[in-house]
Ligand binder design. Sequence first.
Ligand code: NDP
Length: 498
Amino acid sequence: MTAVHVPGTPIIEDGRLVSTSPATGAEAGRLPVASVADVEATVARARAAAPWWAGLGFTGRRERLLRWRALLAKRIEELAELVHVEGGKPPADAIVEIVTAVEHVDWAARNARRVLGPRRVRSRLVLAEFSAHLEYQPHGVVGVIGPWNYPVFTPIGSVAYALAAGNTVVLKPSEYTPAVGQWLVDTFAEVVDEQPVFSAVHGLGDVGAALCRSGVDKVAFTGSTATGRKVMAACAESLTPVLIEAGGKDAMIVDADADLDAAADAAVWGSLTNAGQTCIGIERVYAVEPVFDAFVDKVVQRAGRLTVGADGADIGPITMPSQLDVIRRHIDDALARGGRAVLGGAEAVQPPYVRPTVLVDVPEDSAAVREETFGPTLTINRVRDADEAVTLANALPYGLGGSVFGRRRAVALARRLRSGMASVNSALTFAGMSTLPFGGVGDSGFGRIHGEDGLREFARAKAITRRRARSLLPAMTFDRTDADVARLVKVVKMMYGR
Ligand code: NDP
């Protein structure tokens, strides 16, 4: 490597995208950068492969997807090592991420026929002479644009469901984690070598933009809200439907009857796992007055024990070096405006690492409370009661996930959170529940991956009516008589006019 650069920042060298470890600077991957023509050619090949893949039917796709799942499971350590080297994620976190992804491949493969397959639906009395048939057909080619923070789990949340639904897929991995994206494509090709059903294009943001404009039939985007807006604008040009999984600023509510040890454990894990670089990470806690002090003590005790460093530590490096400035700004702003660091603080940012930082009494209008920090920091603010906690939790444009700790009212509070998902007495657990949909509201995006909704997201409903008898109440024909219309009026008054 000739260029001098900050470890972890990807560079382009001789037409290749080179990814490096944010901890050591060691090269992790070297992939060809796609031109606009390359993107178009890849999409054209995926389009040519689409009828073959769709034609395998649910059974054929299930069998192949389950073989891919087996391969991911068998080679989990190899993939975890690559995730660790390329993004800096601690190996144990990488294993947890991949396990969750494997679960989603399994569920999508096994449930696609039940959720999407042809079925008869009920006819209504006014059209009783027709039978009704519904099925969900694939869009064709789905473009998936992924972020770097969960380079396996996040793309697979779209890829597995899109493939199971019968689409072919072109993936644009983040420029920070292209080797992981390519690994997924290569292992899939070991199982499905007949056609380019799942392929990748590499490069910077412009390659993602080219994918949006390439004529794909749907784009599934996961990344920041700002880029999501650009993706949507590009897709608007061709009316390409789009799924947006964007950022978050998830809150945890700790109610008076919460198990404080369990709440502290979940708050620490939910905010600091993957060095806080988690879209559904807990970034804010609202703890009610009677338990506030005890809860903060328990969080500080637990978070203070965590190790920070490269191999084997609980908290690894910040994957995207430029994010260090954001984290530093949020901490400095919180402290300058009257917040207190009960752990970590201004000195916590030691590139490429950030030590766990817990901030209390942070003004609600400060950056640390309002903006996505994406670092191992947590604000804990005191509230009068759980109602105030809900109001503050819901005060931001983001609405991805959330968590509630408590007994009596916890589920009711979770339902009141303005978010797509919530965990009661745990944090982040909805992400691994393949039977549940995943996605946000507001600035966190729209559309759903995972679960039945996630399968339907990658298919379009096809409705068919079929005549099964002569019409007793002919209405949709010019052959109808005045008497037919009069009978129709009578029937509708009898059925609905009461
Ligand atoms: P970015 O928005 O920077 O990038 C996401 C992807 O979009 C990357 O592959 C990027 O490519 C690509 N891209 C960049 N510009 C364009 C463009 N103009 N058109 C099309 N594609 C483009 O996000 P990050 O990678 O930094 O990921 C972190 C963000 O992702 C956080 O906000 C996090 O909350 C969110 N996220 C949301 C999740 C969810 O499910 N809701 C899950 C995980 C993360 P390149 O990398 O080459 O710039």
